[in-house]
Design a protein. Structure first.
Length: 299
């Protein structure tokens, strides 16, 4: 299969690109810089893309996103929203206009689609929230409508905090009272989920790309530090989270989202590292990785 991927240089994009190549896919990168061999150019800010280079792909993966600032000022939120809508709408509309359309478009969305829900279990059928983050994810998903109307299978991966890379240094602290549920996914696991979504025709629309074993924040911190052999990270009181991060702290650190990957499990995906300790050890290289092949996740 020939795959086009946007955001290939980010943490998730790099892992996904590496995994797809190991699985035998031909991967072409969608880039903002002058394109070289194996690359296609776009400039979402200007609403421009090399339409001639978009044809002939079996699938397209959209993981591109601007860096988010620590605090969401009004201007920061405008930039975040504009970036999400510009990239999603430009790519979806351009693919819809191709003579040789891809079979599938996979777009990164986020767990912020759901409201903070205490101990309630959230699935893909749960209602959306009303916060800035929830509206951002709703509108970002809706911006891909031209692709689905053109007959392209569109998958929205609602992604939680990803465990891997530099995030391994920030997993051991408790925020607030620690009772809020934390949904998460391992970096290599997410790469496998992306590959699974590419080739699983029954997956369409929202898909929770989360481990089936979320944990309360305090337990997550305890298990994480023990698994990594680190000292406990201590407690960051609620007022400190809000002082440092403002609205972003409430939405991403203090909110409680107990999410289940219902559609992935129904489609037959088998998690390689469903437990946080095993996922952390794998990301640290302490566990031999499961052999990667086009059949990963279906055993």
């Amino acid at each position: 299969m020939k795959i086009l991927i946007a955001g290939s240089n980010g943490m998730i994009g790099s892992a996904a690109t590496r995994h797809l190549i190991e699985c035998g896919y031909e991967v072409i990168r969608l880039v903002r810089t002058t394109p070289g061999p194996g690359e296609v150019w776009w400039d979402p800010d200007a609403g421009e893309i090399d339409t001639a280079g978009l044809g002939g792909f079996n699938g397209v993966i959209h993981l591109a996103s601007m860096p988010w600032p620590m605090r969401w000022t009004a201007k920061a939120k405008e930039r975040i929203r504009a970036n999400r809508l510009a990239t999603n709408s430009l790519l979806a509309a351009s693919l819809a206009g191709c003579m040789h359309k891809p079979q599938v478009l996979i777009c990164a969305s986020g767990m912020g689609y759901y409201p903070s829900s205490g101990d309630d279990v959230l699935t893909e059928d749960s209602p959306a929230g009303t916060s800035f983050l929830a509206r951002l994810q709703q509108d970002g998903e809706a911006a891909t409508t031209p692709a689905s109307e053109a007959g392209i299978r569109v998958v929205h991966l609602r992604i939680p905090p990803v465990i891997g890379g530099s995030t391994l240094q920030r997993v051991g602290f408790q925020a607030g009272d620690g009772q809020q549920w934390m949904s998460w996914v391992g970096l290599d696991e997410l790469a496998s989920i992306i590959e699974f979504a590419l080739r699983t025709e029954t997956l369409i629309g929202p898909v929770n790309a989360v481990s089936p074993n979320p944990l309360p924040n305090a337990e997550f911190a305890t298990v994480s530090t023990r698994a990594l052999g680190q000292k406990p990270g201590g407690v960051m009181p609620t007022f400190v989270v809000r002082l440092v991060m403002g609205e972003m702290g409430d939405e991403l650190i203090l909110a409680s989202r107990r999410i289940q990957p219902t559609r992935l499990l129904t489609a037959g995906y088998h998690f390689r590292f469903p437990d946080i300790a095993a996922a952390l050890l794998h990301e640290r290289g302490c566990i031999d990785p499961v052999e990667k092949s086009p059949a990963v996740g279906t055993r």
